[in-house]
Design a binder for this molecule. Structure first.
Ligand SMILES: Cc1ncc(COP(=O)(O)O)c(C=O)c1O
Length: 309
């Protein structure tokens, strides 16, 4: 059912906030190389929508509903290759907001079926153009029919990083405040790194923030962007990183297996890459508390998982 009354949709969007975020901060007890270095990860698949992207998608939709840009029959339009599209789709289905996604045609079969099942209209773009081309297509559709669409623009929308500034960082602080020494995560839209680092630095400027990058343009870490070669997101603020580290895809896949066997977690390639970054860092420091994110679990990556086990 499409909720048409303005007050009803505002009520529904605010109520949905209870199911976004509030994810566990899980200690990796068996794979830290030293007892004096503790490593924690936010299990971000444990929320409505099933990934870290529920937070920015929800905040973008909430702000647009509150200021009247959505909820009046307008279609939410954006480019995404995965988690953000699924997050928009689940939230859109719940609130009766139609969603159109520009998606590179090489997205996995599972992604396409999930989005179709959730009622999304998909506009396919070339497999050679990645999400950069999908972004250009979304902009073109919007410019042709601005009254039909709300362009969510996750790469340039300040409500992306603000979601993490307001929620993810506060959840981390409430659990490890005082002891946290390092925060490390990979860059995609850069919303999670930007929002969390900004807030953590305000609380304690001594916390070291480390941004992770793939070791080249061609990599197997879905959700990550190589900032040297990709279109740089409008919200990206490189000055927030004290340091950059590279993670090799093969090493990430080995870490994925380790996390399954030693910690009981079946995580996604990008979550494993974050863990690999945290482990590399743990080798270098004598003591500390490292926090990272596990953006999603392995469920949507059957092709990768099949090749590993
Ligand atoms: C699986 C996965 N990992 C990492 C990221 C990167 O997060 P962010 O966009 O906040 O930089 C994303 C974002 O789409 C993702 O879907």
């Amino acid at each position: 059912m499409v909720i048409s009354q303005e007050s009803e949709i505002i009520e529904s969007v605010l109520a949905l906030g209870n199911h976004i975020g509030h994810t566990p901060l899980y200690e990796l007890q068996h794979i830290s190389p030293k007892k004096s270095v503790r490593i924690f990860a936010k299990l971000e698949w444990m929320q409505f929508g099933g990934s870290v992207k529920a937070r920015p998608a929800y905040n973008i939709i909430k702000q647009a509903v509150l200021n009247g840009e959505l909820g009046n029959g307008k279609i939410l339009l954006d480019a995404s290759s995965g988690n953000t599209a699924i997050a928009y789709a689940t939230i859109g289905a719940r609130l009766g907001i139609p969603v159109t996604i520009c998606l590179p045609e090489n997205a996995s079969w599972e992604r396409k079926m999930l989005l179709k099942g959730l009622g999304v209209s998909i506009v396919y773009t070339s497999k050679f153009g990645s999400t950069d081309e999908a972004q250009e297509k979304a902009l073109e559709l919007y410019q042709n029919e601005p009254d039909k669409y709300f362009l969510a623009d996750q790469y340039g929308n300040e409500n992306n990083w603000k979601a993490h500034y307001d929620t993810t960082s506060e959840e981390i602080i409430s659990k490890v405040n005082g002891s946290l020494t390092h925060f490390v995560t990979g860059l995609g839209t850069t919303g999670s790194f930007t929002g969390i680092s900004k807030r953590l630095k305000e609380v304690n400027e001594g916390i070291t923030t480390i941004a992770l990058q793939p070791d080249g343009a061609l990599h197997g870490l879905e959700g990550w962007k190589d900032m040297e070669t990709a279109k740089v997101p409008g919200i990206y603020d490189p000055s927030l990183a004290d340091r950059f580290m590279n993670v090799d895809t093969f090493d990430a896949y080995e870490t994925l297996k380790l996390a399954a066997k030693k910690e009981g977690l079946m995580i996604s390639p990008s979550a494993a890459a974050n863990l690999k970054g945290a482990l590399q860092l743990a080798e270098e420091i004598d003591e500390g508390v490292i926090v990272t994110l596990f953006p999603d679990n392995a469920e949507k990556y059957s092709e990768v998982i099949k090749s590993l086990f």
